[in-house]
Ligand binder design. Structure first.
Ligand SMILES: [Zn+2]
Length: 406
């Protein structure tokens, strides 16, 4: 099995795990696929390494520049109290009392809508059954599953450092300042509003956006909780733990994390790598904040922010619809990336390629970009899919509201 397939399966298995709370849900890694993007960093670093193998030049100006470029956007759990307006898992105010399904939904060709429904709600892009966790060593398997996970992690950590030795030494050079990130954030906001302002019901002001986009503070990355979350994300990409379908809060998962952190030879590298996380975000939609590493170049920060700001504008009804899908997180990333690429400067980031292609081939082939935008930003999900129960109910709620308003 290739690494790529494994990672895919990890993500899919996540969707199978029961998601009992917002806190648990948001703790799962969103972007496991980004791991696949771990190239050796920029070409200069590659060339430098090559040169270093041949000639030792202690004064080389690149000597101290760290290869921090972990191409990854990481999500962190929000604190439970900070997010009373998280609409995702709260029942829609009117959904509970919506016995009547809407009658007139179809505007599209039925076959197109059926195909979209099937892709989003019925067939999983990939599927695999959950493996059984082994708590006790046996003759046939002298290690517990937990111990095996620690070993897998150690192996991948060592390989990664061998490939990118600068990832754990030297200093990270600042490439983007707090004021630059503010400028980029407001530019990105304007670009999104220029493209989708027609369907975005409550646009954020540039100041509001700036308040929610920050340079990643060094202290933040030293927080033990941050490090643990970083490690949890990594564990999902560097080991096959996802194939066991256990939640990150599960004591078996937590024990693996603690065992790794208790091993100082691994923990030291983990701390350094975590401090070089390229970007991470906390919260969902309206309560989302994004932290960008100062080592990220402005152009890259821009395309990252376009994607992230598209997440800011996800309508609560869209999110409710998304939550019922077969692989919500995967598909949500697809929608966000698909729409981000419609925005000027929303250049393709290959780390999202498969999710983007899923939306392009399974959804956009059947419905227009405008309809996808209306579903995502305005919550008019029935323009994309109107067969699922949740889509019918959301449509019914809107129709009622419309009648009331008359
Ligand atoms: Zn995303």
């Amino acid at each position: 099995m290739t690494r790529r397939q494994k990672t895919k399966i990890n993500e899919i298995n996540y969707q199978r795990v029961k998601q009992p709370s917002v806190a648990l849900r948001t703790r799962n890694p969103e972007d496991a696929f980004l791991q696949l993007q771990r190239t050796i960093g920029n070409q200069a670093v590659g060339r430098f390494l090559q040169a270093k193998l041949n000639v030792n030049q202690p004064d080389d100006k690149y000597e101290k520049e760290a290869d921090w470029a972990a191409e990854q956007v990481m999500r962190m759990p929000e604190t439970a109290s900070s997010n009373p307006s998280n609409g995702l898992l709260q029942p829609h105010r009117a959904l509970a009392l919506s016995p009547l399904g809407p009658t007139i939904l179809a505007r599209k060709k039925p076959d197109d809508i059926k195909a979209v429904h099937k892709a989003l709600f019925v067939t999983s892009p990939i599927g695999e059954s959950c493996k059984k966790w082994r708590d006790k060593a046996t003759k046939a398997s002298p290690k517990t599953t937990g111990e095996e996970m620690v070993d897998e992690f150690r192996k991948n950590l060592e390989e990664d450092i061998k490939k990118r030795p600068l990832s754990v030494v030297g200093e990270v050079t600042a490439k983007t300042s707090e004021s630059e990130i503010d400028t980029i954030a407001s530019e990105v906001n304007q670009k999104i509003l220029k493209k989708f302002g027609g369907v975005i019901k409550t646009p954020l002001t540039d100041t509001e956006v700036q308040d929610r986009v920050k340079i990643l503070a060094a202290e933040k990355t030293k927080d033990p909780e941050f490090i643990k979350q970083w490690l949890a994300n990594k564990l999902n990409t560097w080991t096959t733990i996802g194939e066991y379908c256990i939640d990150e809060d599960d004591k078996r998962f937590q024990k693996v994390l603690n065992d790794i952190l208790a091993d100082e030879s691994m923990a030291k590298s983990v701390r350094t790598l975590a401090s070089r996380q390229s970007a991470f975000f906390e919260g969902e939609a309206a309560s989302r904040t994004v932290h960008i590493h100062k080592g990220m170049e402005a152009a890259k920060a821009e395309s990252t922010l376009i994607h992230e700001l598209v997440h800011f504008y996800a309508h609560p009804d869209y999110r409710q619809w998304n939550a019922k899908m077969i692989v919500p997180r995967y598909i949500n990333e697809g929608f966000a990336e698909f729409l981000a690429r419609e925005v000027e400067g929303g250049s393709a980031r290959s780390s999202y390629e498969d999710r983007y292609e899923f939306i392009r081939d399974k959804v956009a082939k059947h419905v227009s970009v405008d309809d996808i935008a209306s579903a995502y930003f305005a919550g008019e999900v029935w323009k994309v899919e109107n067969i699922s129960k949740v889509a019918k109910e959301l449509f019914g709620v809107r129709e009622k509201e419309k009648k009331k308003a008359k």
